[in-house]
Design a protein around this ligand. Structure first.
Ligand code: NAP
Length: 312
């Protein structure tokens, strides 16, 4: 009987590896744990988890011998870490191997929304080019003042890339990272006041919910663009939608939403937004590296060793 559960919508290659290497039992969703027999649940010592919600303390309690949760992804806001701590469950994630992809995408999104690339393509595909005046002039991205909200691993990669576009870098973090030439702000509103555009790379979870508040959006102002590659929860989504609809914010480029995979339908009507379906790390190379790191962590934990990338 399986000691390992593989919970989540794994790609075939990862599902196969989890089966081959760990005889893992696949489950589509954390809610499916409740459907296992008590005997099956007793045997489980590890969960290889992939998903954006559901690994709650209640699910942990359904697995009385659970000792390890290895997350596929760097963001682990789907896992109740305090609940895991309280139950002595070790948690791991997959940092760093996805930094390039997420940072590349964030920069592409910032350029795309400044130049309205998505809207221009829609306009062209609709046959507008031959009909009349040219596509309206848009705005230059190089040289703007960009704020990074959360200068962690990914935030730093984004800032390094943006520096090559001669942007002035400002950032919010809980401490001054002492980077020469970059300006630290100890408050997200102060950061938003100081910059033209804002790129969000902070962690998700209860501590950062709504950190991009109506006040932050107002401080950015009607010429500002928000790029979010972090989590939907970090933005007050209603305030964001209201501001975009009213033209109180120039635009937004969003890879993450509160209600994935069914974002608020108000987003779909916006002409001043670039919308992506949570694809920050979605390349073959990076997903392969994430799967391999998840499985190395799982192997180490099951062998009684220290994992490569522990969360707790
Ligand atoms: P990281 O290195 O841990 O950086 C996290 C940043 O969040 C740091 O700047 C940190 O601030 C800040 N932070 C943490 N707790 C905070 C709190 N309570 N209040 C304010 N700021 C706080 O994480 P990372 O590897 O860069 O990943 C960042 C996030 O990106 C992930 O958690 C995930 O949600 C998201 N992500 C999205 C995708 C995607 O597909 N779109 C892919 C990968 C990751 P300090 O500098 O002050 O410590």
């Amino acid at each position: 009987m399986a000691k390992v559960l593989a919970i989540g919508p794994y790609a075939d290659i990862d599902a196969q590896a989890l089966r081959d290497d760990f005889a893992a039992l696949p489950l589509a969703d954390a809610a499916d744990v409740a459907g296992l027999s008590a005997d099956q649940r007793d045997k489980v010592v590890a969960v290889a988890f992939l998903g954006h919600k559901g690994m709650s303390a209640a699910v942990m309690d359904q697995l009385p011998n659970l000792r390890f949760i290895t997350n596929f992804g760097v963001g682990y806001d789907a896992i109740d870490i305090a609940g895991a701590d309280a139950r002595g469950i070790r948690v791991t994630n997959t940092p760093n191997v996805l930094n390039d992809d997420v940072a590349d995408l964030a920069v592409a999104m910032l350029i795309s929304e400044n130049r309205r690339m998505s809207a221009a393509e829609t306009w062209m595909r609709a046959g507008e080019w031959a009909k009349g005046p040219e596509y309206p002039l848009q705005r230059k991205m190089s040289g703007r003042k960009v704020g990074i909200l959360g200068l962690g691993r990914i935030g730093r990669e984004i800032a390094d890339r943006l520096a090559a576009f001669r942007t002035q870098i400002h950032y919010f973090s809980r401490s001054d990272k002492q980077v020469a030439g970059w300006t630290w702000h100890d408050d997200p509103v102060a950061l938003a006041h100081a910059v033209d555009d804002l790129v969000i790379a902070v962690v998700g979870g209860p501590d950062t919910t709504g950190i991009v508040s109506a006040k932050v959006i107002k401080a950015l102002g009607p010429d500002g663009i928000i790029v979010n590659i972090a989590r939907g929860s970090v933005i007050d989504e209603t305030a964001l939608l209201d501001a975009l609809e009213a033209g109180r914010l120039r635009g937004a480029a969003l890879d993450v939403f509160l209600n994935e995979p069914r974002p608020d339908p108000r987003f779909f009507a916006l002409k001043n937004a670039t919308l992506l379906p949570h694809v920050g790390s979605a390349t073959q190379e990076t997903r392969r590296a994430m799967g391999e790191l998840q499985r190395r962590n799982l192997r180490l934990l099951l062998d009684g060793e220290q994992p490569e990338t522990p969360v707790n």
